[in-house]
Ligand binder design. Structure first.
Ligand code: ZN
Ligand code: ZN
Length: 400
């Protein structure tokens, strides 16, 4: 648990917020509080400082463990100009993922792992276990690599682990850096007999660890979950983080647009005209039964909305809506005897267009288009329909 929540409160974020959440929270607050927009400059500074600390994994872990007092003790206050941070963030520069600023103790590399998550799991939330292999400090020798006093600096390279070699290349002398062969580039020599038997003098051993990855309801692709300090350990170096990047697996029936879900269903002509039900299997263990009211008449390509059946938002789990594009499947053929019934039920046929006397009326036969003709027509039609449905959710129905 965190020691104090002041910085999180300033950002209106929860202490377990992901980096992406914090960034979003800061963006929202900073936009509102920015002095150029008439905000309170003092508050803007405080919020920016809070974000500066929490966006830095190292400072955040110090703050989580020891609060503000811990930060001032470790002296790493730095103090970035809030305007600078603001413009860096809003200029879209490489503030994030750029490997951080070269300050503070050295860290081992962050381990980035992508996890593909189904839409079902993002809807319901899930805890997945992730097996991770990483280096940890050898317990047997406490990371020394051998018995106490057995480790000495390599004479050959003066403990630097590299040697400069001169090589004659024709008329030129070339300098090359090479890993020292005496110490294999480690800069240290441990006699065979004193070498730690567990790590063979490597100081670290490979260890398998299970991480519990909490996929929160409503998470999105691209979001990250950070396990601070869970990357490789090495002597005298701070371990880096394990960063889990969520990737959303495409779904075969639903498209996600933020918290809305888009889907399409196909209903038969009788249901469209005379009412009935259709079912939509949801992402959890439910199926929604939607009633088409008799007399309503559902048009082909009609867009229906089922409120509250979209994805939950991550913060408050407020659901978005489900958009349903309804396709109407016409029957392949019709028994002749049902035609009078249809004629009685449906509005009368649209009368034939009237033409001036000089237009000759000629009978023509239409045949079904073959596959190639379909393709040609589709290509022409999609070009015309490009602008259709701008800004509204697009669910394309298969052409009948
Ligand atoms: Zn060891
Ligand atoms: Zn050496």
């Amino acid at each position: 648990m965190v020691k104090e929540t002041k910085y999180y409160d300033l950002l209106e974020a929860s202490p377990d917020a992901s980096d992406a959440d914090l960034k979003k929270a800061y963006r929202k607050k900073a936009l509102r509080l920015h002095p150029d927009k008439g905000g309170d400059p003092e508050l803007f500074k405080e919020v920016t400082h809070a974000y500066e600390v929490l966006s830095d994994p190292q400072k955040r872990s110090v703050y989580d463990a020891r609060g503000e007092a811990g930060l001032s003790e470790s002296g790493g206050m730095g103090g970035m100009d809030p305007q600078d941070l603001f413009s860096q963030l809003f200029g879209g520069g490489g503030f994030f993922g750029g490997g951080g600023r070269p300050q503070g103790p050295r860290k081992t590399k962050d381990l980035v792992h992508r996890v593909t998550v189904s839409l079902e799991d993002l809807y319901k939330g899930k805890v997945s276990k992730l097996a991770l292999t990483r280096n940890v400090i050898c317990v047997k020798c406490s990371g020394r690599g051998g018995k106490e006093g057995a480790v000495r600096s390599c004479d050959r390279c003066n403990g630097r682990g590299i040697r400069i070699m001169m090589r004659q290349m024709g008329p030129m002398i070339q300098q090359i850096q090479q890993a020292c062969d005496e110490c294999q580039g480690t800069g240290e020599i441990i006699n065979n007999k004193d070498r730690c038997g567990t790590c063979k003098g490597k100081k670290v051993i490979s260890e398998k660890k299970m991480l519990e990855v909490h996929i929160d309801k409503g998470m999105k692709g691209g979001q990250t979950i950070t396990f601070r300090g869970e990357s490789d350990q090495a002597p005298d170096v701070t371990p880096g983080d394990v960063i889990i990047v969520i990737e959303e697996k495409p779904h075969d029936r639903f498209k996600r647009q933020d918290t809305n879900l888009l889907t399409k269903v196909e209903i038969d002509l009788l249901t469209a005209l005379a009412g009935g039900n259709f079912a939509i299997k949801h992402l959890d263990d439910r199926a929604l039964i939607v009633k088409v009211h008799p007399g309503e008449v559902l048009q082909h390509n009609a867009l229906k909305v089922i409120p509250g059946e979209g994805m939950p938002s991550q913060r408050h789990h407020e659901p978005g809506d489900m958009f349903v594009r309804v396709g109407v499947k016409f029957p392949e053929s019709l028994p002749l005897e049902s035609i009078p019934l249809l004629e009685a039920a449906l509005p009368p046929r649209k009368p034939l267009d009237k033409f001036p006397k000089n237009v000759m009326l000629e009978e023509a036969e239409a045949v079904d288009a073959d596959a190639r003709q379909h393709e040609m027509a589709d290509a022409g039609e999609t070009m015309d329909e490009d602008e259709e449905g701008e800004g509204e959710p697009r669910v394309q129905c298969a052409n009948q």
